[in-house]
Design a protein around this ligand. Structure first.
Ligand SMILES: [Mn+2]
Length: 252
């Protein structure tokens, strides 16, 4: 038994992108059993942009899981955007986890946007102004949700973490180090290291590195090659985890 997963990051949907996305999703649905979207589904988080994506995904029978990204919050119309996306059959994961069975393989996806906070020497501390401490607390809530989500899918054959922000520097190398703190948080890696999912996908760091890891757990920055390519294909087998991945992404 084997499943193929198509993952994309940062598709930044808008009316102008409709034809490109129709072609990309049709191809992904032809080749994959499951489609994953690692946030920044829209350019500015306008519900109308989400509705364009929903028009595209409504035609697709392949299960589609997604998380939001920072762009999807920009218009601050979260409820309307989430409703528009769900109207297109997209299973939007917000600090949650869901399961499905494809080709007889049970798949669990723990998904959340993630947040900023930095890595090692540049890690934002839980100290000082209330506003900064709220930022820290927001990342804490994301980490706690990921931990809960991974617990809830622990019996699935294939366990996937879907994020927008990076949980490791290994997939943002190539981006300027001065902005790493805004590209993710290593705190997100803690539940990953503990629960050992089959794979982690994230986006957001377009100038980063496609393939990295948390310990021996594979991590892919599927936003690394945007806008050169939308979907990347990955193969999984129960008991073996990830068995096939693209060699490397073309740097955008
Ligand atoms: Mn982003």
């Amino acid at each position: 038994m084997r499943i193929t997963v198509a993952a994309a990051g940062d598709i930044h949907c808008s009316e102008e992108e409709r034809p490109r996305l129709q072609a990309a999703f049709a191809e992904a649905a032809r080749r994959a059993d499951l489609i994953l979207l690692a946030g920044d589904l829209t350019t500015y988080g306008e519900p109308e942009q989400g509705a364009v994506l929903a028009d595209v995904t409504r035609e697709i029978e392949t299960p589609i899981f997604a998380v939001l990204g920072n762009h999807d919050w920009h218009a601050d119309r979260h409820e309307e955007l989430a409703a528009a996306l769900r109207d297109g059959g997209i299973r939007l994961l917000e600090r949650s986890a869901e399961t499905c069975t494809v080709n007889g393989v049970s798949v669990g996806v723990a998904g959340t946007k993630g947040f900023v906070g930095g890595f090692s020497d540049t890690l934002l501390p839980d100290f000082g102004e209330p506003l900064l401490r709220r930022l820290y607390a927001e990342t804490s809530a994301e980490v706690a949700a990921l931990d809960r989500g991974l617990r809830s899918i622990q019996d699935c054959d294939v366990r996937i973490v879907l994020l927008h922000y990076a949980p490791t520097t290994t997939t943002i190398e190539g981006e300027r180090e001065t902005i790493w703190a805004f590209l993710g948080s290593e705190r997100l890696a803690v539940p990953v290291a503990e629960h050992r999912p089959s794979v982690v996908f994230h986006g957001h760091g377009h100038g980063g590195t496609f393939a990295g890891s948390i310990g021996d757990i594979p991590v892919f920055n599927v936003g690394a090659a945007v806008p050169v390519k939308d979907f990347w294909l990955f193969g999984f087998e129960p008991g073996r985890g990830l068995v096939e991945a693209p060699e490397e992404a073309v740097r955008a």
